[in-house]
Design a protein around this ligand. Sequence first.
Ligand SMILES: [Zn+2]
Ligand SMILES: [Zn+2]
Length: 368
Amino acid sequence: MECRAAVLHRVGESLQVETIEIGELQRGDVLVRIRASGLCHTDLEVIQGSLAYPMPIVLGHEGAGVVEAVGDGVTAVKPGDHVVCSWNPHCGHCFYCERDQPILCEPFSRHQPQGHLLDGTSRLRVGGKELHHFSVVSSHAEYCVVPESGAIAVPREIPFDRACLIGCGVMTGVGAVTHIARVPVGASVAVFGAGAVGLNAIQGARLAGAERIVAVDVSDGKLELAREFGATDTVNAERDDPAAFVRSLTGGRGADYAIEAAGIVHSLQPTLDACWPGGMIVILGKTHVDAQVPLRWGSLMGERRIIRSSYGGARPRRDFPLLARQYLEGKLKLDELITCRLRLEEIDDGFAQMTEGGVVRAVVIMGD
Ligand SMILES: [Zn+2]
Ligand SMILES: [Zn+2]
């Protein structure tokens, strides 16, 4: 079949909305008609070249839509189901899956960077050439093919533009607090960066019952939004020393938990400094993989625990429906994350706005 998709042919170029071909579904495949697809910074990293992927490629890994068809052997979803795509489909039985670390799943780690599905091949073609999948999703298109473990049914009541956000930014931020840090009631949490992931770490901390939640950013607008998501205190890192501010609120020691969600080299040191000895730091942000990060040795002492998390400890089939229900019950904020809605043809505008920094989430809307 054919559909329209936003194709990146070369690093630094604009995306081309063109007709692509989708091959026959193979065993375990799920064809999803995409209805909403969020623009994430990881897409931008590929466009700008700080994250290398084979080209041409269809980006997008925060998608929601309706199951159109399934390949042989698929039992978890059926045509007509509303689904959110997971960008970490996993085999369920490799070394890491057996150790409850699906983010490191061996077939996923082997084939995902090659722009392939978990069987090592692509279902997509453009102009007679192989077209690559992005993180086994490729949702900036009218249709995508994902493995069964990447198609997660959610309640039909949640609108697609809200649902898609669960697939990356929400899961990563909320999960970092609830699954990775396991923040207890009454804790203090400092969150560096109030973009999509940081705001979700903040609301994760609120949902966990944290008493003091300090948001750090350089944008007063984002800090204002951070208060809506549950921050009890905010500090603009351009005007004040954020680590000193956090310590001043926490008896001079620092926060129990510090979350790095800004993804910039020079935010790591203040994140460490904002955490008290014995506390935990969770690193969610990303920068260029070859970037050198200078750190003050003393800040690595004091029994601090430093943890990296890419996807908030996601177990998508457990977590996505729960997050959707929390939204429907009014506990989880999603409406406020959407800065603008775009048509597929306007996707480059969305990335341009993201580069300028004024956007929390731009969402491409497809269909009626
Ligand atoms: Zn993402
Ligand atoms: Zn596996």
